[in-house]
Design a protein around this ligand. Sequence first.
Ligand code: SF4
Length: 900
Amino acid sequence: MNAGPLVKPVATTRTTCPYCGVGCGVRARVTGAHVEIDGDVDHPANAGRLCSKGTALGETLGLGGRLLYPHVGRERVGWDTALARVADGFQRVIAEHGPESVAFYVSGQLLTEDYYVANKLMKGYIGAANIDTNSRLCMASAVAGHKRAFGEDVVPVSYRDLELADLIVLVGSNTAWCHPVLFKRISEARERGDVKVVVIDPRRTATCEIADLHLPVRAGTDVWLFNGLLAFLHQHGVVHTQFVAAHTVDANRALAVADNTAGEVNAVAKLCRIGAGQLRAFYQLFARHERVVTVFSQGVNQSSAGTDKVNSIINCHLLTGRIGRPGMGPFSVTGQPNAMGGREVGGLANTLAAHMELGDATHRATVQAFWNSPSVASRPGLNAVDLFEAVHAGRVKAVWIMATNPLVSLPNADRARAALERCELVVVSDCVAETDTNVFAHVRLPAAAWGEKDGTVTNSERCISRQRPFLPQPGETRPDWWIVCEVAKRMGFTEGFEYASPHSIFVEHARLSGVGNAGARAFDISALADLTRAEYDALEPVYWPLPNRPSATSRRPFDDGRFFHADGKARLVPTPPRGAVHQPDQEYPLILNTGRVRDQWHSMTRSGSAPRLTGHAPEPYVDLHPQDALLCGVRENELARVSTKWGSVVVRVRVGGDMPRGMIFVPIHWNDSFCSDGRVGALVNPAVDPVSGQPEFKHTPARVAPFSVAWHGFVLSRKPLATHGFTWWTRALGAQFHRYELAGRRVRGDWSAWWRRAVSALDEEADWLEYVDRNAGLFRAALVVNERIEVCVSIGPRPNLASRTWLSGLFAKQRLCELDRAGLLIGHPVDGGTDNGPIVCSCFSVARTAICDAIERNALATVDEVGRACKAGTNCGSCQPEIRVLLAELRPGGARQRRD
Ligand code: SF4
């Protein structure tokens, strides 16, 4: 329809995705009450692509659960009262106990401008360095490895290099789920040309679906593997002698350690528990291909030997001179949207601003003079784990937590909870009212959320992009930079914090990056220091370095062979291998590995509100090898308690066949808002890497045991259900309903009366349908009001209950037919309906059975054919690896059986 001039043109805002470190460009269009989201075709990170999470961003913008007003305790107060309470509280503690008795714990969700002022306040004005970030949990080992090797935290690769490479090695990275658009770019490059992909990961993840070679190494053996590669390259003469001589030092020391510890391929293969042929094939691939990019992520970083793992990878690139040129280099991909921006402003407790160092007196003087600040911290502050330990010990008495939920994400999270319980002053700035952490806050400050914020972020490839607001700030929410500046002013630091907007913060940050630099530091964006407000608003994505020197041109880091140690040379760092701090034993015989699922993000405060993101993994689970499941006495779909020395969770058992013997996997996302007993952080050991301080999330000794209950059940309900009184519960948001998975130890004598009370089904006008089989322990019921389903309940002694997917579909109907009513009571469609099984394609809600049927009916052989047949995988493509698995399963003579 042509509505002509009556239709007001809808403005499109170009902004950046708030989830992972790929940093995709997003276009947002506000149309009435809706926000349409699509990928920004002009953004270099994604060229219009988005993953399932990015695609669903428009569903996450509601105000339900938002913190909209300042609170002191449970009482709503005005901003003046709240800010004064924070400023006075911090000043009092500092006056009594010194500057190191206070701390900030910030987040890779903050924008660079927020980060900059928080760091400035703590390090330049309070005069301590007790500011650390949740990015410590994700990439601190990469930072430390870069600094050891290059003299500065510089990522030498960009996404474009993945398309120029002949070999891509993915180490400890389930790229398909954690960096989906990057995975898509790799998949497309592989389909276009002759690029080979090697995946090094103990688990067979979705990423392996495009691998030419998968090395399922024993957990924690990466240093042996890459030392072995270094020795192999040397033994076979694959050394860039000229580069090594001119641009590196310590090659001989690193080689001596590699030769001593991993000089023999068969021995390394045995230690890594992979076939010697497989390992040799990898080493030969690496040796043969000049253009090789080694992508690494949390599987490398989150280790008590994380920094050595990083350097063992970098060593191989330095020995072969495969760095600083197109299509090659070691590539750390970050987990969070602005982990890199945080690094640039010095958001870690051991760094200063603009990639300057706390331990360098000249740098300290430079920063203090630039800020004109009363002091500058003279020694590193507490890293994340130590910071909460210091709170627990009472050494830190006031903590301000910004945009993060540490009681879910930290290791040994129950101890962190105990720390906050006893802390004198806990302040949070957050956009969410109730999180596991916020309930301990004495002061809650309502922060603006994505869609309302204005500033910049830097992605994994050093690309700075604008996050632009397209929604008004609701209630009394304020941007984080404003909140920090207002507290600073009330602490008496007015001069340093008089900013009119994020633009004035950004240009100061850009100016500082050029001060005392003259090429001494790679991080230099001084060419942006003179941006006007209008230019800042219109800023296109730009890559650093961007120095403001006539002779300098923007260029690829290290393309001239110059590194940032004082002598201009890179270091090959000797990496003697060592095992994890805590090893399995009789009591805890398994290794707990933790990580992300495809469609959720961190503690689900945003992604958990998008119904289409909940169907893929609706509840927390433990994935384990079938033989380990047998030994532990647990069965698929039942509940199990996973315990470590530090804590325990109760989660659903999955025996998917993708885990190696001896390892279990539990996702990180579930917390007290979504599950009665699902905070995996409580299980994780607090061991950290001695260089980077990054915790060991991938290796905690654990055991799994059956969690006995008398009944399992689920409820789908248009209204929320009170969850107290259930032994175990988890909740997820569906399209028109709330979904609760439940379990209990006590079977009620009269389920009918009990459930009618529980779901408020006492209205005599409503239809209450029920089916009871006391002998079999089955109870099914449904509340139907005005022909529409309101609630359905299914209870049984085992978890194989009625079909959730089919029942979910009934909530979309305005009127139930007779067959639907009958199906409600028998627990599956009577006829004419289809039970589609779990969702695979979130974008188009295509479930597994529908895809399997399409494959079988039409003898489909490729992902594209499946897409044409049922649309699955044709939007964001995040589900394509799973479609490939289904194609393999159903191929004649396929390795696996159809699982529905
Ligand atoms: Fe967002 Fe997905 Fe892009 Fe990551 S890959 S930035 S989550 S759209």
